[in-house]
Design a protein. Structure first.
Length: 132
């Protein structure tokens, strides 16, 4: 699979995580962190799609800060503060297995960040000639 194909695939997968987030975010009996996990996953896939569209390698990780650092290290345009996605990091693993309250971010804020990431990643992938 080419980097272009992989970038498009990751954006499709990000869209699936976004759909799950929207489907479960207000469902009774489902903890908010389960919905926010899917938002984190969508953002992770968006960041990886941007890296792939620019043919930048990265190690296998769920750490959004590490992926952003890779983008910044390569001097790619990044329209957010470097720590813009940091509050989503705990949802990758910690909050899925621990009974902790949402820390520092609401599901609505999580949704906003996820949608910003998807719009930006889609634009980057499109401009690179890789159509989502």
């Amino acid at each position: 699979m080419t980097p272009s194909d992989e970038a498009r695939r990751l954006l499709r997968k990000a869209d699936q995580d976004r759909a799950v987030f929207h489907a479960i975010k207000n469902q009774p009996g489902i903890d908010a962190e389960m919905a926010c996990f899917h938002a984190q996953q969508a953002v992770e896939k968006c960041l990886k799609a941007v890296l792939l569209a620019n043919r930048i390698t990265f190690r296998r990780t769920h750490n959004l800060d590490e992926l952003v650092d890779r983008i910044l290290d390569q001097r790619l345009p990044f329209p957010f503060a470097a720590d813009h996605f940091s509050l989503l990091n705990p949802f990758a693993v910690l909050l899925r297995y621990e009974d902790l309250d949402l820390i520092g971010i609401s599901p609505k804020e999580t949704e906003t960040i996820m949608e910003e990431a998807r719009r930006w990643a889609g634009e980057v992938v499109e401009k690179s000639g890789v159509h989502p």
